[in-house]
Ligand binder design. Structure first.
Ligand code: GDP
Ligand code: MG
Length: 178
């Protein structure tokens, strides 16, 4: 075992990304973890999660961020996916109203499968698509307020608020446990 492996990881939090198919979940993660965007991304294959570190109060806080492998298309996200999650990004696409209307279902699924308090962020992704917007900022905000969620509009394409959205969730989890 190398010296690095003996170091104690002080904080490691699991965060899940949920929401309808094609809302941009995988691209939000690749933008955050690798600063990459893919215009023709296929369903994620193989990789279950990516780990990203950030510094909070001089401590290294790691988030293990889980992405679905496309199983949300078949409404078949398993309980293993949610197990142990401390945070969740619930994503819809501001240019597709149906994805916003399904947010309630995702929240319900999350509640069913989580045993602890989960820090939740409602994410209206693809805010670069202003000209074909179907969900207003106010609607997003209102839903978030009524459900007690953080809220942010993002664009994985042009990077707007992506880092911020993840970091707010991670900081809030840290705040709750430290
Ligand atoms: P997932 O099924 O939720 O994981 O969605 P993906 O990340 O695979 O993205 C689905 C499609 O939306 C892909 O064609 C992406 O290029 C596109 N996409 C993802 N995020 C954005 C965004 O912020 N803006 C725009 N315009 N397209 C996006
Ligand atoms: Mg995906």
């Amino acid at each position: 075992m190398g010296e690095d492996e003996e170091e104690v990881e002080e904080y490691l939090f699991k965060v899940v990304i949920i929401g309808d198919s094609a809302v941009g979940k995988s691209n939000l993660l690749s933008r955050y973890a690798r600063n990459e965007f893919n215009l023709h991304s296929k369903a994620t294959i193989g990789v279950e999660f990516q780990t990203q570190s950030m510094d909070i109060d001089g401590k290294e806080v790691k988030a293990q961020i889980w992405d679905t492998a496309g199983q949300e298309r078949f409404r078949a996200v398993t309980s293993a996916y949610y197990r142990g999650a401390f945070g969740a990004l619930v994503v819809y696409d501001i240019s597709r109203r149906s994805t916003f209307e399904n947010v309630g279902r995702w929240l319900q699924e999350l509640n069913t499968h989580s045993d602890t308090t989960v820090v939740k962020m409602l994410v209206g992704n693809k805010c670069d698509l202003q000209n074909i917007r179907e969900v207003s900022v106010d609607e997003g905000k209102t839903l978030a307020e009524s459900e007690g969620l953080f809220f942010m509009e993002t664009s994985a394409l042009d990077s707007t608020n992506v880092k911020k959205a993840f970091e707010i969730v991670i900081k809030e989890i840290y705040k709750n446990v430290s």
